[in-house]
Write a protein that binds this ligand. Structure first.
Ligand code: SF4
Length: 314
């Protein structure tokens, strides 16, 4: 739950007034701070937010998430103003795949189909045949002709999981998310010993040894649905801890325990420092100043739009 300080409430009120005056919409990722999720018009995972961004009538989209997500919103809405409260809110996974190095790999394997996870830069999307999210990745891989070899980037953990699920051989880019690679298997097992009836649920960006012992593996929205529909009442959750806010609202009587990170951290859970760079103050300032804005070259947007559109069609 958010800390509803007087300051937060007054910031939320000011944001609502600005939002109306400017015909803006606030899209927030599940990994955002609770007080941002509460003020958002829509909260979702990457796929849900991309779909929402594609259909909005607002003049301004404020994307409370990280840079590649705001870029995707801009690519889907080239004529709209897309704002990101903190322009430095990046993503370790997207940054693990620099465009020049990826171009070199593509040149080595010119006949491979290129499937990229949405957590990558606009430049990488522009070099792809089709984009996917963790919700639809299996379906996207299965849509590639069986006689076609595949390059999958940038997440090697999701890639490995997809190889196992689809039985397709894929050339994997060596990228990863710092948050999902930080989970401690030892601490997870300690938790499980304490709560033997709990179900372990994990995002496929997690490492193989975490996925191997999980009862359910799925996207952020998949995990939310699993927890809602399961008869079980205790869950050990291996993904960014921000999801617990929405989850706990959906299932107020169930117990949700975040998997701790390898390093000792004060909240005993794993949080994405990039996602947490956005604050209510920055959200208000960016709406007021209409900045920082996501600016992309026309040609890049067109090239990156094709593989996203293909994903949407699938
Ligand atoms: S949780 Fe990982 S993949 Fe998601 S934005 Fe943060 S660094 Fe990127």
């Amino acid at each position: 739950m958010s800390v509803l300080t007087e300051n937060n409430i007054s910031l939320q009120n000011e944001i609502s007034i600005l939002k109306k005056a400017k015909n803006a919409v606030i899209l927030a990722h599940y990994y955002q701070e609770p007080e941002i999720q509460e003020i958002a018009d829509f909260v979702g995972d990457s796929l849900e937010l991309a779909k929402k961004a594609a259909t909005t009538n607002a003049d301004i989209i404020v994307f409370a998430g990280v840079h590649f997500m705001a870029e995707t919103a801009k690519i889907l809405n080239p004529s709209k103003k897309v704002l990101l409260p903190d322009i430095n809110a990046g993503c370790s996974l997207a940054e693990s795949c620099p465009p020049e190095a990826f171009q070199e790999l593509k040149e080595q394997y010119p006949n491979h189909a290129v499937v990229t996870y949405i957590n990558c830069s606009a430049e990488i999307k522009a070099m792809s045949d089709v984009v996917c999210t963790s919700s639809n990745a299996e379906r996207v891989i299965n849509s590639i002709a069986l006689d076609k070899s595949i390059i999958f980037a940038p997440d090697k953990n999701l890639g490995r999981y997809l190889i196992e699920k689809t039985g397709r051989e894929m050339l994997l880019w060596d990228g990863a998310c710092i948050v999902h690679e930080a989970f401690s298997i030892d601490k997870l097992l300690e938790l499980y010993a304490k709560y033997p009836l709990a179900k372990i649920i994990a995002h496929p960006e997690s490492e193989e040894h975490i996925l191997k012992i999980s009862n359910y593996i799925g996207s952020t929205s998949g995990m939310l649905n699993f927890v809602k529909s399961s008869q079980q009442d205790t869950f050990i959750v291996a993904t960014e801890a921000g999801i617990l806010h929405q989850m706990q609202m959906d299932v107020p009587n169930k117990t949700l325990i975040p998997v701790p990170a390898k390093e000792d951290n004060s909240c005993a859970c794993s949080e994405c420092a990039f996602m947490k760079m956005n604050t209510l103050q920055k959200l208000k300032a960016c709406l007021k100043d209409e900045s920082p804005e996501i600016i992309l070259k026309e040609r890049l947007m067109k090239a990156a739009h094709r593989p996203i559109k293909r994903m949407m069609e699938l």
